[in-house]
Design a protein around this ligand. Structure first.
Ligand SMILES: Cc1cc2nc3c(=O)[nH]c(=O)nc-3n(C[C@H](O)[C@H](O)[C@H](O)COP(=O)(O)O)c2cc1C
Length: 259
């Protein structure tokens, strides 16, 4: 055992233990699904329909995975709205509607896997330099592939300050923020839903790396940020929904390819 870890981080170990599956839960038939399932996020009525995604074909998946790198330097070049639409669809979009799941006539499955298909991952877009889209922070409504405006204006500097002044967050034409609305997973899995939601978010983040490369863009996972400040910016409660990653996206500049 690594003794300093147990000494200093006993609360984390306790926290993780409460997510562990125990044989007696199964034997006792612990059931969580008492309340109604928290719903999918819907638009406010002001959402902007995204253009039809354009999906590049014939991409070499091995090449993409073997050459993926975190990109922290971007060209001062806008991203077209159509490219943003393709990016969101390839990374996070609905790829299949399944009939009769959890009492829904049609239930969404997405580009990344999700424990119990509960889809706790929510996506926010800070459009800093997107041709055809006013600057602002938007929620991606994945069930109808639209962007719901939350606040208009340039929030790139604010986001960068929240992310410990990391320059790539301020300079990127787009910052994608990944949150977990883990209440959805907890509905079925209790405390284990928290762990599952984080895993879902990891898959979503990797998808954004891959989708970015497919479209000639680059990105970088940014986990260093002040959670409470980001919750306040996004208008989420930091309880049922918690931010996990900020991911700046843009066209890589030459030096961006050198780490
Ligand atoms: C959970 C997580 C958090 C990270 N946080 C940051 C960060 O705050 N800032 C940053 O520049 N890179 C961050 N990174 C990117 C890593 O530094 C990067 O993945 C690592 O150096 C390996 O490089 P590669 O992605 O090019 O293989 C993070 C990566 C992960 C997976």
């Amino acid at each position: 055992m690594v003794s300093w870890l147990a000494k200093h981080y006993s609360s984390i170990i306790k926290l993780d233990r409460i997510t562990w599956l125990k044989r007696d839960y199964i034997e006792r038939g612990v059931v969580y699904r008492i309340e109604p399932m928290p719903g999918f996020r819907r638009g406010s009525g002001k959402e902007i329909a995204l253009p039809k995604p354009v999906i590049p074909r014939g991409v070499d998946a091995s090449e993409i995975l073997l050459t993926r790198r975190s990109i922290r330097s971007f060209k001062n070049k806008p991203v077209e709205l159509g490219v943003l639409s393709s990016l969101l669809h390839i990374a996070f979009g609905v790829t299949k509607w399944e009939e009769g799941v959890y009492g829904h006539d049609l239930y969404p499955l997405r580009a990344f896997p999700s424990a119990g298909a509960l889809q706790p991952v929510e996506i926010y877009v800070s459009a800093n330099n997107v041709a055809g889209l006013p600057q602002g922070i938007y929620r991606y409504i994945f069930i109808n592939h639209s962007l719901d405006p939350l606040k208009l204006g340039d929030y790139s500097k604010t986001l960068s300050e929240i992310a410990l002044d990391q320059d790539h967050v301020a300079e990127a034409p787009i910052d994608i923020i990944i949150t977990i609305f883990w209440a959805r997973s907890a509905w079925k899995y209790g405390s284990r839903g928290y762990k599952y939601s984080l895993l879902d978010a990891g898959f979503a983040g990797e998808n954004l790396y891959i989708a970015s490369k497919i479209l000639g863009l680059g990105t970088c996972a940014v986990g260093a940020f002040f959670e409470e400040e980001l919750c306040e910016l996004l208008g989420v409660d930091c309880v049922s929904e918690i931010p996990v990653l900020i991911m700046p996206v843009g066209y890589p500049s030459e030096e961006g390819w050198v780490f």
